[in-house]
Design a protein around this ligand. Structure first.
Ligand code: SF4
Length: 355
């Protein structure tokens, strides 16, 4: 495995590192000026440059097709802006908010649903004044039970800043859960230092880290150790995966990923259908393909290892499960399909209780 010393940020960097040919570097130079590029040493080391379809490269190395925009694609596919009452805060559901602390990431994913908002030259990190406004909004809305810290990737912040944000949120009694969404434990595991772990767990609130990971090869020994440092400090972990054509759109890869996550003590939470981000059609599957994969995963995996297949409805209408259905109504009650697809009659019966 090649050791890389720094993050690769341009098509020329990728060519110098031997990850793309000179012709490909020329073809993708136009993408680099449109969307941010960053491939960390940990991810560059996983890329097999001899494989034209390498699933790690597909996630991080730009593709000329990113400049092709499908008419259905949108700059803000899940409608963050419509639901943002103050800068940096998205309030889509009554009991939780997103707090977007930074607009930069250690890697830039080619399928990113916030690709128009993240990267150098886009929005900057929340200033102290904006953070104060966001915290005041949370204080004023007692139904907010969970704060989801996101970005960008909030775990690129210094442990000192993570501790400051944690301290500020810990002073809001109705907020019970802090959930940090991050790709850091996988793409730059060395950032999960004891100082960062201490900062994350420095309040009495319940803390989750939601790990974003898409391929089993990402769960290297170093990535698993980074997760263990978080979990051993009392932080619970769940995962989010985006279903991506040519990366993980086959049952064997998804099965291996979900098993690796459970072995790492990370509960598979969501499998996201690809959002309608600009220039990402070549990375999306159809929903029918996703449902067929979920049917197969249910046949192979225990419930502990099964994520929920979800779609964020464009236009800020929220996230809903779009997995296969197993229950249909029939004249006699219900027909329930087992994991192999065979239907069985089920008669709903219970004793009515007066309340
Ligand atoms: S880490 Fe998340 S926010 Fe950053 S580029 Fe990847 S998908 Fe987008």
């Amino acid at each position: 495995m090649t050791a890389f010393r720094r993050t690769l940020r341009t098509a020329a960097d990728l060519a110098d590192a031997g990850l793309v040919t000179a012709e490909r570097a020329e073809a993708i130079a136009g993408v680099e000026s449109r969307y941010a590029v960053a491939v960390t040493p940990a991810m560059a080391a996983l890329i097999d440059a001899r494989d034209a379809n390498d699933p790690i490269a597909r996630q991080f190395v730009p593709d000329a097709r990113e400049l092709d925009r499908h008419p259905a694609e949108r700059d803000d596919p899940i409608g963050d802006a419509i639901k943002s009452p103050v800068p940096g805060l998205v309030h889509r559901y009554p009991d939780r908010v997103l707090l977007k602390l930074v607009a930069t990431c250690p890697v830039y994913c080619r399928f990113c649903f916030r690709r128009e908002m993240v990267g150098p030259g886009k929005a900057s990190a929340l200033s102290d004044a904006e953070l104060a406004d966001a915290l005041a909004y949370i204080c004023d809305h007692p139904k907010i039970w969970e704060v989801i810290l996101t970005g960008g990737d909030p775990l690129i912040l210094s442990p000192r800043r993570v501790a400051e944000v944690t301290a500020a949120l810990s002073g809001i009694p109705h907020v019970k859960v802090l959930r940090w969404h991050s790709r850091v434990p996988v793409v730059t595991p060395e950032r999960v230092t004891q100082e960062l772990v201490a900062a994350l767990s420095s309040s009495a609130k319940t803390v989750y880290v939601a790990l974003h990971t898409n391929h089993p090869r990402e769960l290297t020994g170093l990535a698993r150790s980074a997760c263990a440092r978080l979990i051993n400090a009392g932080i619970a972990m769940v995962s989010q995966t985006v279903l991506l054509r040519g990366v993980n759109d086959d049952a064997d890869t998804l099965e291996a990923l979900m098993r690796a996550l459970v072995e790492t003590r990370v509960k598979p939470y969501y499998l996201h259908h690809g959002d309608l981000a600009p220039g990402t059609a070549h990375l999306r599957t159809t929903i029918a393909e996703g449902q067929a994969l979920m049917r197969e995963l249910r046949r192979r995996l225990s419930g502990l290892a099964l994520p929920s297949y979800v779609l964020d409805i464009p236009g800020a209408h929220g996230k809903v499960p779009v997995g296969p259905q197993y229950l249909e109504t029939s004249p006699d009650g219900y027909a329930v399909r087992d994991a192999r697809g065979k239907p069985h009659a089920y008669e709903d019966c219970c004793t009515a209780v007066s309340r």
